[in-house]
Design a protein around this ligand. Structure first.
Ligand code: NDP
Length: 327
Protein backbone atom coordinates (compact mmCIF):
# COMPACT_ATOMS: atom_id res chain seq x y z
CA UNK A 1 0.00 0.00 0.00
CA UNK A 2 1.10 3.59 -0.63
CA UNK A 3 2.33 5.73 2.28
CA UNK A 4 -0.20 8.30 3.50
CA UNK A 5 0.11 11.82 2.07
CA UNK A 6 -0.14 14.64 4.61
CA UNK A 7 -2.63 17.30 3.53
CA UNK A 8 -2.88 20.47 5.60
CA UNK A 9 -5.97 22.65 5.26
CA UNK A 10 -6.03 26.10 6.86
CA UNK A 11 -9.34 27.77 7.65
CA UNK A 12 -10.63 24.24 8.01
CA UNK A 13 -13.75 25.30 9.90
CA UNK A 14 -14.85 27.72 7.18
CA UNK A 15 -17.29 27.27 4.34
CA UNK A 16 -14.75 26.23 1.73
CA UNK A 17 -13.07 23.95 4.25
CA UNK A 18 -16.39 22.22 4.87
CA UNK A 19 -16.86 21.60 1.15
CA UNK A 20 -13.24 20.55 0.65
CA UNK A 21 -12.28 18.20 3.47
CA UNK A 22 -14.76 15.43 2.66
CA UNK A 23 -13.59 15.28 -0.92
CA UNK A 24 -9.93 15.18 0.11
CA UNK A 25 -10.65 12.39 2.59
CA UNK A 26 -12.64 10.37 0.03
CA UNK A 27 -9.69 10.26 -2.37
CA UNK A 28 -10.73 12.86 -4.93
CA UNK A 29 -7.67 15.06 -4.37
CA UNK A 30 -4.92 12.49 -4.89
CA UNK A 31 -6.65 9.42 -6.27
CA UNK A 32 -8.47 6.42 -4.88
CA UNK A 33 -5.27 4.50 -4.08
CA UNK A 34 -3.61 7.19 -1.91
CA UNK A 35 -4.24 7.26 1.85
CA UNK A 36 -4.51 10.74 3.37
CA UNK A 37 -3.56 12.16 6.73
CA UNK A 38 -5.34 15.46 7.42
CA UNK A 39 -4.00 18.37 9.44
CA UNK A 40 -6.52 21.10 10.16
CA UNK A 41 -5.22 24.57 11.06
CA UNK A 42 -7.58 27.11 12.58
CA UNK A 43 -7.42 30.23 14.67
CA UNK A 44 -7.99 29.43 18.38
CA UNK A 45 -11.63 30.54 18.41
CA UNK A 46 -12.49 28.22 15.50
CA UNK A 47 -10.67 25.09 16.73
CA UNK A 48 -13.86 23.77 18.35
CA UNK A 49 -15.77 24.09 15.08
CA UNK A 50 -12.94 22.29 13.28
CA UNK A 51 -13.29 19.50 15.85
CA UNK A 52 -16.93 19.23 14.85
CA UNK A 53 -16.00 18.86 11.20
CA UNK A 54 -13.44 16.22 12.20
CA UNK A 55 -16.20 14.29 14.02
CA UNK A 56 -18.19 14.24 10.79
CA UNK A 57 -15.12 13.11 8.87
CA UNK A 58 -14.75 10.24 11.34
CA UNK A 59 -18.40 9.37 10.82
CA UNK A 60 -17.89 8.97 7.09
CA UNK A 61 -15.54 6.05 7.83
CA UNK A 62 -13.46 6.93 4.77
CA UNK A 63 -11.14 3.97 4.12
CA UNK A 64 -8.34 6.26 2.86
CA UNK A 65 -8.35 8.61 5.87
CA UNK A 66 -5.61 7.49 8.26
CA UNK A 67 -5.81 10.32 10.81
CA UNK A 68 -6.84 13.90 11.58
CA UNK A 69 -4.90 16.40 13.70
CA UNK A 70 -6.36 19.77 14.65
CA UNK A 71 -4.18 22.65 15.77
CA UNK A 72 -3.87 26.41 15.99
CA UNK A 73 -0.07 26.23 15.62
CA UNK A 74 1.34 26.58 12.07
CA UNK A 75 4.54 24.67 13.00
CA UNK A 76 2.50 21.64 14.03
CA UNK A 77 0.13 22.00 11.08
CA UNK A 78 2.86 22.06 8.42
CA UNK A 79 5.26 19.52 9.94
CA UNK A 80 5.86 16.96 7.19
CA UNK A 81 3.19 18.46 4.93
CA UNK A 82 3.03 17.24 1.32
CA UNK A 83 0.03 19.26 0.12
CA UNK A 84 -0.85 22.59 1.79
CA UNK A 85 -4.22 24.13 0.98
CA UNK A 86 -4.17 27.66 2.37
CA UNK A 87 -7.83 28.59 2.54
CA UNK A 88 -8.09 30.72 5.69
CA UNK A 89 -7.46 34.41 5.12
CA UNK A 90 -8.60 37.79 6.37
CA UNK A 91 -11.44 38.91 4.14
CA UNK A 92 -11.91 42.54 3.22
CA UNK A 93 -14.56 44.03 5.44
CA UNK A 94 -16.51 47.21 4.82
CA UNK A 95 -14.42 50.33 5.01
CA UNK A 96 -11.15 48.41 5.23
CA UNK A 97 -8.22 50.02 3.45
CA UNK A 98 -6.12 47.89 1.14
CA UNK A 99 -3.04 48.43 3.31
CA UNK A 100 -4.90 47.08 6.36
CA UNK A 101 -6.08 44.07 4.38
CA UNK A 102 -2.58 43.28 3.16
CA UNK A 103 -1.13 43.80 6.62
CA UNK A 104 -3.69 41.45 8.23
CA UNK A 105 -2.92 38.80 5.63
CA UNK A 106 0.81 39.32 6.13
CA UNK A 107 0.19 38.34 9.75
CA UNK A 108 -1.30 35.05 8.52
CA UNK A 109 0.85 34.11 5.51
CA UNK A 110 4.28 35.11 6.88
CA UNK A 111 4.20 32.64 9.79
CA UNK A 112 2.67 30.01 7.54
CA UNK A 113 5.49 30.46 5.00
CA UNK A 114 8.04 30.20 7.81
CA UNK A 115 6.42 27.04 9.14
CA UNK A 116 6.36 25.49 5.65
CA UNK A 117 10.03 26.38 5.27
CA UNK A 118 10.86 24.81 8.62
CA UNK A 119 8.90 21.60 8.44
CA UNK A 120 7.41 20.72 5.07
CA UNK A 121 8.28 17.53 3.21
CA UNK A 122 10.72 17.96 0.32
CA UNK A 123 7.94 17.43 -2.25
CA UNK A 124 5.58 20.03 -0.71
CA UNK A 125 3.02 21.68 -2.99
CA UNK A 126 1.22 24.80 -1.81
CA UNK A 127 -2.08 26.16 -3.16
CA UNK A 128 -3.34 29.49 -1.82
CA UNK A 129 -7.11 29.97 -2.04
CA UNK A 130 -7.60 32.70 0.60
CA UNK A 131 -7.78 36.20 -0.88
CA UNK A 132 -5.95 38.22 -2.06
CA UNK A 133 -4.66 34.82 -3.17
CA UNK A 134 -1.82 35.76 -5.54
CA UNK A 135 -0.26 38.21 -3.10
CA UNK A 136 -0.83 35.94 -0.10
CA UNK A 137 1.08 33.25 -2.00
CA UNK A 138 3.86 35.77 -2.70
CA UNK A 139 4.10 36.57 1.03
CA UNK A 140 4.24 32.89 2.03
CA UNK A 141 6.80 32.13 -0.67
CA UNK A 142 9.10 34.92 0.37
CA UNK A 143 9.29 33.47 3.90
CA UNK A 144 10.13 29.99 2.63
CA UNK A 145 13.51 30.52 0.95
CA UNK A 146 14.48 26.84 1.20
CA UNK A 147 11.41 25.64 -0.68
CA UNK A 148 11.64 25.83 -4.49
CA UNK A 149 9.62 28.88 -5.61
CA UNK A 150 7.60 26.84 -8.09
CA UNK A 151 5.89 24.99 -5.23
CA UNK A 152 3.89 28.12 -4.35
CA UNK A 153 0.76 28.64 -6.42
CA UNK A 154 -2.54 30.51 -6.17
CA UNK A 155 -5.92 29.42 -7.44
CA UNK A 156 -7.44 30.72 -10.66
CA UNK A 157 -8.97 27.38 -11.54
CA UNK A 158 -12.43 28.47 -10.40
CA UNK A 159 -12.21 31.41 -12.81
CA UNK A 160 -11.08 28.96 -15.50
CA UNK A 161 -14.00 26.62 -14.79
CA UNK A 162 -16.44 29.55 -14.76
CA UNK A 163 -15.13 30.64 -18.17
CA UNK A 164 -15.56 27.10 -19.53
CA UNK A 165 -19.10 26.97 -18.25
CA UNK A 166 -20.06 30.38 -19.70
CA UNK A 167 -18.59 29.59 -23.11
CA UNK A 168 -20.23 26.18 -23.23
CA UNK A 169 -23.62 27.70 -22.40
CA UNK A 170 -23.20 30.42 -25.05
CA UNK A 171 -22.27 27.93 -27.78
CA UNK A 172 -24.52 25.09 -26.68
CA UNK A 173 -21.61 22.63 -26.49
CA UNK A 174 -20.34 20.46 -23.67
CA UNK A 175 -17.51 21.75 -21.47
CA UNK A 176 -15.47 18.75 -22.59
CA UNK A 177 -15.65 20.01 -26.19
CA UNK A 178 -13.72 23.19 -25.22
CA UNK A 179 -9.94 23.24 -24.86
CA UNK A 180 -7.20 25.82 -24.29
CA UNK A 181 -9.00 28.58 -22.44
CA UNK A 182 -6.76 30.80 -20.32
CA UNK A 183 -7.15 33.00 -17.24
CA UNK A 184 -4.37 35.58 -17.09
CA UNK A 185 -3.23 37.76 -14.19
CA UNK A 186 -4.72 38.31 -10.77
CA UNK A 187 -7.58 36.40 -9.13
CA UNK A 188 -9.59 39.62 -8.87
CA UNK A 189 -11.97 41.67 -10.96
CA UNK A 190 -9.08 42.53 -13.33
CA UNK A 191 -8.48 38.89 -14.31
CA UNK A 192 -8.60 38.26 -18.05
CA UNK A 193 -10.37 35.17 -19.38
CA UNK A 194 -8.91 34.66 -22.88
CA UNK A 195 -10.65 32.62 -25.57
CA UNK A 196 -8.35 33.58 -28.46
CA UNK A 197 -6.48 30.28 -28.35
CA UNK A 198 -9.46 28.22 -27.27
CA UNK A 199 -10.80 25.47 -29.49
CA UNK A 200 -14.33 24.14 -29.67
CA UNK A 201 -14.25 20.60 -31.05
CA UNK A 202 -11.00 21.63 -32.71
CA UNK A 203 -12.31 24.89 -34.28
CA UNK A 204 -11.13 28.33 -33.10
CA UNK A 205 -13.58 29.67 -30.48
CA UNK A 206 -12.91 33.24 -31.63
CA UNK A 207 -14.69 32.48 -34.93
CA UNK A 208 -17.84 31.50 -33.04
CA UNK A 209 -18.31 34.62 -30.86
CA UNK A 210 -17.79 38.32 -31.50
CA UNK A 211 -15.65 40.84 -29.63
CA UNK A 212 -18.66 42.74 -28.30
CA UNK A 213 -19.91 39.60 -26.54
CA UNK A 214 -16.44 39.01 -25.15
CA UNK A 215 -15.98 42.55 -23.87
CA UNK A 216 -19.53 43.20 -22.65
CA UNK A 217 -20.81 39.79 -21.53
CA UNK A 218 -18.24 37.06 -21.18
CA UNK A 219 -15.36 38.84 -19.43
CA UNK A 220 -17.51 40.75 -16.90
CA UNK A 221 -19.70 37.71 -16.20
CA UNK A 222 -16.68 35.54 -15.39
CA UNK A 223 -15.01 38.29 -13.34
CA UNK A 224 -18.19 39.13 -11.38
CA UNK A 225 -19.48 35.60 -10.92
CA UNK A 226 -18.44 35.51 -7.26
CA UNK A 227 -20.58 38.58 -6.50
CA UNK A 228 -23.52 37.13 -8.47
CA UNK A 229 -23.38 33.99 -6.34
CA UNK A 230 -23.34 35.98 -3.11
CA UNK A 231 -26.35 37.90 -4.39
CA UNK A 232 -28.29 34.72 -5.27
CA UNK A 233 -27.21 32.40 -2.49
CA UNK A 234 -26.76 34.84 0.35
CA UNK A 235 -23.31 33.34 0.93
CA UNK A 236 -20.12 33.20 -1.07
CA UNK A 237 -19.24 30.36 -3.40
CA UNK A 238 -17.79 27.50 -1.42
CA UNK A 239 -18.43 24.13 -3.11
CA UNK A 240 -17.26 25.43 -6.49
CA UNK A 241 -14.16 26.98 -4.91
CA UNK A 242 -13.41 23.68 -3.16
CA UNK A 243 -13.98 21.82 -6.43
CA UNK A 244 -11.49 24.06 -8.20
CA UNK A 245 -8.89 23.47 -5.48
CA UNK A 246 -9.33 19.72 -5.99
CA UNK A 247 -8.94 20.15 -9.78
CA UNK A 248 -5.78 22.26 -9.36
CA UNK A 249 -3.96 19.82 -7.09
CA UNK A 250 -5.19 16.72 -8.94
CA UNK A 251 -3.80 18.05 -12.22
CA UNK A 252 -0.57 19.24 -10.59
CA UNK A 253 0.08 15.74 -9.26
CA UNK A 254 -1.33 13.70 -12.15
CA UNK A 255 -0.65 15.90 -15.19
CA UNK A 256 -2.87 17.67 -17.72
CA UNK A 257 -4.21 16.17 -20.96
CA UNK A 258 -1.75 16.22 -23.87
CA UNK A 259 -4.02 18.33 -26.13
CA UNK A 260 -5.23 20.86 -23.56
CA UNK A 261 -4.03 23.21 -20.84
CA UNK A 262 -5.46 24.84 -17.75
CA UNK A 263 -4.90 28.01 -15.71
CA UNK A 264 -2.99 28.47 -12.48
CA UNK A 265 -1.23 31.37 -10.81
CA UNK A 266 2.44 30.40 -10.60
CA UNK A 267 5.71 32.26 -10.13
CA UNK A 268 6.50 34.16 -13.32
CA UNK A 269 9.75 33.45 -15.13
CA UNK A 270 9.23 36.61 -17.18
CA UNK A 271 7.10 34.91 -19.85
CA UNK A 272 4.65 37.13 -21.76
CA UNK A 273 6.18 40.24 -20.19
CA UNK A 274 4.96 39.37 -16.68
CA UNK A 275 7.68 40.58 -14.28
CA UNK A 276 9.75 37.72 -12.92
CA UNK A 277 8.74 36.65 -9.43
CA UNK A 278 5.11 37.82 -9.53
CA UNK A 279 2.58 35.06 -8.89
CA UNK A 280 0.32 35.51 -11.89
CA UNK A 281 -2.12 33.28 -13.75
CA UNK A 282 -0.90 31.75 -17.01
CA UNK A 283 -1.88 29.02 -19.43
CA UNK A 284 -0.15 26.01 -17.89
CA UNK A 285 0.39 22.32 -18.39
CA UNK A 286 1.48 19.92 -15.70
CA UNK A 287 4.26 17.51 -16.65
CA UNK A 288 6.17 15.19 -14.30
CA UNK A 289 4.55 16.80 -11.29
CA UNK A 290 5.45 20.40 -12.15
CA UNK A 291 3.60 23.28 -13.78
CA UNK A 292 5.02 24.70 -17.02
CA UNK A 293 3.87 27.88 -18.75
CA UNK A 294 2.59 27.24 -22.27
CA UNK A 295 5.03 29.14 -24.49
CA UNK A 296 4.83 30.82 -27.86
CA UNK A 297 1.20 31.99 -27.90
CA UNK A 298 0.50 35.05 -29.98
CA UNK A 299 -1.15 37.75 -27.86
CA UNK A 300 -3.33 40.21 -29.78
CA UNK A 301 -3.98 43.83 -28.79
CA UNK A 302 -7.34 43.04 -27.20
CA UNK A 303 -5.65 40.52 -24.90
CA UNK A 304 -2.42 42.47 -24.37
CA UNK A 305 -4.12 45.49 -22.76
CA UNK A 306 -6.17 43.32 -20.44
CA UNK A 307 -3.25 41.13 -19.36
CA UNK A 308 -1.17 44.25 -18.71
CA UNK A 309 -3.89 45.83 -16.55
CA UNK A 310 -4.18 42.76 -14.35
CA UNK A 311 -0.40 42.35 -14.09
CA UNK A 312 -0.17 46.05 -13.19
CA UNK A 313 -2.52 45.42 -10.27
CA UNK A 314 -0.33 42.51 -9.13
CA UNK A 315 2.73 44.73 -9.34
CA UNK A 316 1.00 47.33 -7.16
CA UNK A 317 0.00 44.69 -4.60
CA UNK A 318 3.59 43.43 -4.55
CA UNK A 319 4.95 46.95 -4.07
CA UNK A 320 2.43 47.56 -1.27
CA UNK A 321 3.43 44.42 0.67
CA UNK A 322 7.09 45.22 0.06
CA UNK A 323 6.54 48.71 1.52
CA UNK A 324 4.91 47.11 4.56
CA UNK A 325 7.95 44.87 5.01
CA UNK A 326 5.88 41.74 4.40
CA UNK A 327 8.09 40.30 1.65
P1 NDP B 1 -14.54 30.79 3.13
O1 NDP B 1 -14.17 29.41 3.51
O2 NDP B 1 -15.80 31.02 2.40
O3 NDP B 1 -13.37 31.48 2.29
C1 NDP B 1 -12.02 31.37 2.68
C2 NDP B 1 -11.16 32.21 1.80
O4 NDP B 1 -11.23 31.76 0.47
C3 NDP B 1 -11.52 33.69 1.78
O5 NDP B 1 -10.30 34.42 1.85
C4 NDP B 1 -12.14 33.85 0.43
O6 NDP B 1 -11.91 35.14 -0.10
C5 NDP B 1 -11.35 32.87 -0.37
N1 NDP B 1 -11.86 32.55 -1.70
C6 NDP B 1 -11.09 32.40 -2.80
N2 NDP B 1 -11.80 32.14 -3.87
C7 NDP B 1 -13.07 32.12 -3.47
C8 NDP B 1 -14.26 31.92 -4.16
N3 NDP B 1 -14.29 31.73 -5.44
N4 NDP B 1 -15.40 31.96 -3.47
C9 NDP B 1 -15.38 32.19 -2.15
N5 NDP B 1 -14.26 32.40 -1.46
C10 NDP B 1 -13.12 32.38 -2.10
O7 NDP B 1 -14.52 31.72 4.42
P2 NDP B 1 -15.08 31.47 5.88
O8 NDP B 1 -15.13 32.80 6.51
O9 NDP B 1 -16.25 30.56 5.87
O10 NDP B 1 -13.91 30.62 6.55
C11 NDP B 1 -12.64 31.11 6.75
C12 NDP B 1 -12.04 30.31 7.89
O11 NDP B 1 -10.67 30.61 7.93
C13 NDP B 1 -12.63 30.66 9.26
O12 NDP B 1 -12.97 29.45 9.90
C14 NDP B 1 -11.46 31.34 9.98
O13 NDP B 1 -11.42 31.02 11.35
C15 NDP B 1 -10.31 30.70 9.27
N6 NDP B 1 -9.01 31.38 9.31
C16 NDP B 1 -7.95 30.57 9.61
C17 NDP B 1 -6.69 31.07 9.66
C18 NDP B 1 -5.61 30.14 10.00
O14 NDP B 1 -5.77 28.93 9.85
N7 NDP B 1 -4.47 30.62 10.44
C19 NDP B 1 -6.42 32.49 9.41
C20 NDP B 1 -7.59 33.25 9.05
C21 NDP B 1 -8.84 32.69 9.01
P3 NDP B 1 -13.03 36.30 -0.08
O15 NDP B 1 -13.26 36.60 1.36
O16 NDP B 1 -12.38 37.40 -0.84
O17 NDP B 1 -14.23 35.71 -0.76
Amino acid sequence: AKAPVTVTVTGAAGQIGYALLFRVASGQLLGSDTPVRLRLLEIPQAVKAAEGTAMELDDCAFPLLTGIDITDDPRTAFDGVNVALLVGARPRTKGMERGDLLEANGGIFKPQGEAINAGAASDVRVLVVGNPANTNALIARSHAPDVPADRFTAMTRLDHNRALSQLSAKLGVGVADIAKLTIWGNHSATQYPDIFHAEVSGKPASELVDEAWLAEEFIPTVARRGAAIIEARGASSAASAANAAIDHVYDWVNGTASDDWTSAAIVSDGSYGVPEGLISSFPVVSRNGAWEIVQGLEVNDFSRQRIEASVQELTEERDAVAALGLI
